[in-house]
Design a binder for this molecule. Sequence first.
Ligand SMILES: C[S@@+](CC[C@H](N)C(=O)[O-])C[C@H]1O[C@@H](n2cnc3c(N)ncnc32)[C@H](O)[C@@H]1O
Length: 229
Amino acid sequence: MDPKWYKELFENMGIEYEDYPFTKDTETEVAWMVKEYLTSPEMKILDVGCGTGRHAINLATKGYKNITGIDLSPGMIGAANKVAKEQNVQVDFRVCDARELPFQNEFDAALCLCEGAFSLLENDAENYKVLKAVHQSLKKNGIFILTTLNLFREGKFDPMTCRIETEIEITQKDGQRKTLKCSDRSYTFPELKWVLEQHGFKVISGANPFSKEPIQHGTFEFMVVSTKL
Ligand SMILES: C[S@@+](CC[C@H](N)C(=O)[O-])C[C@H]1O[C@@H](n2cnc3c(N)ncnc32)[C@H](O)[C@@H]1O
């Protein structure tokens, strides 16, 4: 397996990413975040691993004017810019690695949703670099909304790493089909809470995604909301 499988996967995808069923609840997800945490359209918000920009663009359509979306994949950022143009909204989309964010104490909130870099990367040290970079980018008391993979679900996890290997069929830009081996990291809430605390965050909620319900067995992801200390 190429440890950077995620780079190849998303670079070969683009807007077709939004055919996946898990991308279909953007409106509800954004409405929930606006109600609970992103309460003012003046807020400066960073969407980390924004993909096709579905959350960033939806926020912009609601009048949020200070949205930045970053993603490793030029293809995903290209798709995001195209949709933003079609919808006539302004979002600062940039190709950027979430481990190397060029911001210092700038944002009121950061989103990292649906494996936006965090949990995809090749080992714990690389994933933790994302937390460090997000922390550096946020203002003091800035909000960090993260969803990540739930270890308490069906799957053959490697007990040594809490990772699971899967295969996905992709169509490359030249039309060739390819089987890509993927590996991502799943978490328990207590582990991630501890890790976030070690990176200078105060955890204020652990819940099923976009809700305040306790995390359940079997759900694919859970959500952790924290603030920068
Ligand atoms: C599953 S998509 C999630 C996209 C979006 N957040 C959403 O909710 O639909 C994961 C995204 O993370 C991006 N990504 C992976 N590694 C990254 C990295 N190191 N830095 C920035 N983006 C990364 C991928 O290119 C991809 O667009």
